[in-house]
Design a protein around this ligand. Sequence first.
Ligand SMILES: [Fe+2]
Length: 173
Amino acid sequence: MPYTLNQFCDDAHALLKSQPLAEALPKAAERLSQLLLNPDFVAETFSDDTPVGRRELFHDPELDFYVLAHVQEGGKTGKPHSHGSSWAIYGNARNLTEMTEYRRVNPELEENVVLEPSSKYALRPGQTHAYGPGVIHSTAHPEKAWVIRVTGTDLDKLPRYHLRKQDRVLEKA
Ligand SMILES: [Fe+2]
């Protein structure tokens, strides 16, 4: 039986409710991979004329997590950011997300932030990755991509880290 959005939402709820976040997140990311590998789910969620932008597929009223469908425009590179106190899981349904994670290399007491890339990898169809609170990352989409993102809360309401003018990224290797 193909794995459906409803099953994913139920499983994510059960995992997040019963296990510590550090254990629940990678398991929920595995479930998201199963969902992304269900062609019926992908076909119900995206089509070639789905406009660039995001849509809410599900909101868990008790735990407050969201399942969001994003159509990412091709040729775009995002800036480093974190989701503050929230976690997130990213996964691709079509084409790829180039992901970079960063570490801060200067003392927390300094006002400016100096970042260094700590890992780089691609998320391709069916591949997912979980990010705990405060993980600084950036995404790039060389081509138009279909992405599912699960977020721990409504990120628009949360203070988050964004790269500012005084901040620096040491190298783009
Ligand atoms: Fe992000």
